[in-house]
Design a protein around this ligand. Structure first.
Ligand SMILES: Nc1ncnc2c1ncn2[C@@H]1O[C@H](C[S@+](CC[C@H]([NH3+])C(=O)[O-])CC(=O)[O-])[C@@H](O)[C@H]1O
Ligand SMILES: O=C(O)C(=O)Cc1ccccc1
Length: 243
């Protein structure tokens, strides 16, 4: 696995973070060292897929990057006539995702599509995963996507939504971010790497509060939703459409 050194050297000008070739090449190491609980979340996506699978259904991985969640879903599907649909708008990511998927054999077809998740049709879904990607959409586009996901889910279907979040008060927000930076240091990132990446993400990743997520899910129609994982300022939620 290639180690992430994207922000290791001082940069004269820090550009907005992009999912380009340099990031895609080191992404497994980057995400592992940057997202608390990433492995647990991917494993749990597999477990939830096993529980919520239905015959004749689609399984969506929106903002799939290298397809880790798609692979976890695919491993757990035994229902008849299933299809996994992985979508990402980064050419660098989707190319590598396609290669990853081909490296493992499976009876469940997986389609890796280059596209914007704001335009992807969502239909006949048993499971929809949006793992750390909603936070990259313009805030004004988030409600519409969650509403389309609700409509595209079959009765009894599940949405799994993982996000970095913020809190409403500066005291707990700063404390969670501090603890998160300790986590990054413990995983070998330097002060320079932490601060340069933070600057690069400032304009492109805008976290919501948990209250905003809850309201959005509720207003889209999900009457049953909850947090199932939290570590520092990272979390994962699920929302289930009535059967
Ligand atoms: N509008 C968009 N349309 C499609 N893709 C998008 C869009 N905006 C961003 N992306 C894509 O969303 C992904 C977010 S990473 C997901 C990790 C993965 N889910 C994982 O479980 O390993 C999260 C992170 O790195 O923090 C990137 O690949 C972007 O290209
Ligand atoms: O590194 C960070 O600060 C994060 O918030 C997580 C992350 C992981 C991979 C790409 C972008 C952000």
């Amino acid at each position: 696995m290639q180690k992430d050194h994207v922000y290791a050297e001082p940069l004269a000008h820090i550009q907005d973070f992009r999912f380009d070739d340099a990031v895609a090449d080191v992404f497994p190491d980057m995400i592992q060292r940057s997202v608390p609980g990433y492995q647990t979340i991917i494993q749990t996506i597999g477990k939830l897929t096993a529980r919520y699978q239905q015959d004749n259904s689609h399984y969506y991985d929106l903002g799939c990057s290298l397809g880790a969640a798609s692979l976890a879903m695919r491993r757990h599907i035994s229902a008849a006539n299933s299809k996994v649909i992985a979508v990402d708008n980064s050419q660098a990511m989707i190319e590598r995702c396609q290669r990853h998927l081909l490296a493992f054999r499976s009876d469940v077809p997986v389609e890796a599509v280059l596209g914007d998740i704001r335009q992807t049709p969502i239909e006949q879904a048993a499971v929809v995963v949006i793992n750390f990607t909603l936070q990259f959409l313009p805030p004004e586009d988030r409600d519409a996507l969650i509403q389309r996901i609700y409509k595209g889910l079959k009765p009894g279907g599940i949405l799994i939504l993982s996000e970095k979040f913020k809190t409403d008060d500066n005291i707990t927000n700063d404390l969670l971010i501090d603890l998160y930076h300790d986590f990054k240091r413990a995983n070998g990132y330097s002060e320079l790497e932490i601060s340069q990446k933070r600057t690069a993400l400032e304009n492109v990743m805008r976290p919501d509060t948990l209250a905003t997520h809850a309201t959005r899910l509720q207003q889209a129609g999900f009457s049953a939703h909850n947090l199932w994982f939290q570590c520092f300022n990272f979390c994962s939620m699920f929302a289930i459409k009535d059967a």
